[in-house]
Write a protein that binds this ligand. Structure first.
Ligand code: ATP
Ligand code: MG
Length: 487
């Protein structure tokens, strides 16, 4: 980061801290004995169908006591808020938008919460769509931006089963009971995600102690952590994701149930978990997220095939290197693809299975195909892998043996293949983690750098045994010679 940026960030952070201290003193004086949800033992009961909602205290932080300015917010989000307010509804920015601005970062998007129902809000935005079943949300399109507009959620009470449903594991299948700002705040996951900013007075509304937790750099679940994880096990992944992204600690009681409840991730649809994996591992903090997921026993439920090989130092190093590369590429604004990352995460299992099949007498090429098939179909029961990623992933694996066969025209042909670059990068990774000896990667690096004549020379200089499968090479060459033989 540039020095100027660091200074600006520090300044913003210091001003945030002093404003938090100011309002903290004020609100403490106003409201002695302020409760924080999830802290008091009496709030932590998890028996019964629905625990009572956590106690809240409303704290309003006036415009001069916080660092958020309207200028930091996208025009689309401001337009959505304005239109809702002009129609007589309440409207707030909530979630990552507020949290990241308070921390001096750049939010990736802004979500709006309102007391308008999705149908009422839809009337105000041309071409808006209501999406989702579990949570009905309005997508309002302003210019090129889509703003998610959610209606305040309410507490569940009897007689509303058609709007809210739970599975036998306590998982929320539907959650479309509407409420007010306060009930919405306690239905959110973490206190730092439940801060509401409004342009109507430019205040921040905090019902759950989120400002204090931003100051203490803590991810704290709202309400009883165990119940909230059971309602939606993805919240376990979100806890580590935010801890890694923000460099926050997970508060003790929020972290306590993670190990025990991690198996609940098996109840989540693989497609939703795939989306979550992208957010976890492809947002620039993959290495830290991976370490935290292992620490809290979550990793093995998302990537069991990878987890089973992590005792092997090469597999562990391969996983870390692939994540580190991904993080670096994101930081440098380079393209990243889940195909490459998944190729690395599943490779140790594919490789081990292939070796096992080869020892049973199956030739290497079909052994790789069978091994890939087995490992990928196992993974698909945990996280989906859309075809547009699983096909290139398998090409990267298939090309590994091709990269070592370089005799004749082969190296030239291999370099023309669309997946060459990814396969070459993958080869370097395998060398760097110590799975295979170094050398081949360096050969390919040079081969790409030199001119045509030097390339021919490099191929001529290959040691005899380096052109593995000599016999087949001859046959191939013979096969291509279609014309009449002159000898
Ligand atoms: P980012 O967009 O930076 O990843 P975010 O906090 O905005 O972070 P989103 O997934 O965009 O996360 O969700 C927006 C807000 O919706 C969250 O801040 C949180 O208040 C609420 N939310 C999202 N998912 C859940 C969940 N599974 N349970 C409870 N609340 C949630
Ligand atoms: Mg968001």
């Amino acid at each position: 980061m540039k020095r100027a940026e660091i200074n600006t960030e520090n300044r913003m952070f210091n001003s945030l801290i002093s404003s938090i201290k100011r309002w903290h003193r004020k609100s403490d004086a106003d409201k002695p004995g302020r409760d924080r949800p999830g802290r008091k033992p009496s709030d932590r009961k998890s028996q019964g169908h629905q625990p009572s909602p956590p106690k809240t205290t409303r704290v309003v932080i006036p415009r001069n006591d916080h660092a958020i300015s309207r200028r930091d917010i996208s025009r689309a989000a401001l337009t959505v808020m304005k239109r809702l307010q002009e129609a007589g509804f309440e409207a707030y920015i909530v979630g990552g938008g507020v949290r990241d601005l308070l921390l001096g970062g750049h939010p990736k998007d802004f979500d709006v919460a309102t007391d308008a129902t999705p149908e009422q809000a839809k009337q105000l935005f041309r071409g808006a769509r209501i999406v989702g079943r579990r949570f009905r949300i309005l997508h309002a399109r302003i210019g090129r931006e889509v703003i998610e507009v959610t209606t305040f959620r309410g507490h569940h009470s009897d007689g509303e089963e058609h709007e809210a449903q739970q599975s036998e594991h306590g998982m929320l299948l539907r959650d479309n009971v509407y409420g007010d700002l306060e009930s919405d705040a306690v239905r959110r996951d973490f206190t730092v995600n439940a801060l509401y900013y409004t342009t109507n007075g430019f205040e921040i509304h905090d019902y759950t102690g989120g400002m204090g937790d931003i100051q203490q750099r803590l991810i704290r679940m709202i309400g009883d952590p165990e119940t909230r994880y059971k309602e939606d096990p993805v919240r376990m992944l979100r806890a580590v994701r935010f801890a890694a992204k923000l460099d926050f600690d997970i508060e003790r009681e929020t972290a306590a149930p993670l190990h025990q409840l991690a198996p609940l991730l098996r109840n989540i649809a693989p497609a939703r978990l795939f989306d979550e994996v992208l957010k976890l591992l492809m947002s620039g903090h993959g290495v830290r997220t991976f370490e935290l997921m292992r620490q809290y026993g979550l990793w093995q439920h998302l990537f069991p095939a990878n987890a089973a090989h992590l005792d092997d130092p090469h597999a562990l190093e391969l996983t870390r290197l692939a994540l580190r590369n991904t993080d670096q590429r994101i930081r440098n604004d380079q393209r990243v693809t889940p195909a490459f990352l998944y190729a690395a995460l599943l490779w140790p299992a594919v490789n081990a299975e292939q070796q096992f099949l080869i020892e049973k007498g199956i030739p290497p090429v079909p052994a790789l195909a069978q091994a890939a098939q087995k490992v990928v179909s196992g993974q698909l029961t945990h996280t989906a892998i859309p075809k547009r990623f699983s096909l290139p992933m398998r090409e990267i694996w298939d090309m590994q043996s091709r990269l070592s066969r370089r005799g004749g025209e082969r190296a030239f042909r291999t370099m023309e293949l669309p997946k060459f670059r990814a396969a070459y990068d993958f080869l370097l990774l395998r060398e760097d983690c110590g799975e295979i000896p170094k050398g081949l990667g360096q050969w390919w690096t040079e081969f790409q750098q030199v001119d045509e004549e030097q390339r021919r020379q490099m191929v001529r200089e290959l040691p005899r045994q380096g052109t593995k499968g000599k016999g087949r090479g001859r046959r191939n060459r013979g096969g291509r010679r279609r014309g009449p033989r002159t000898d």
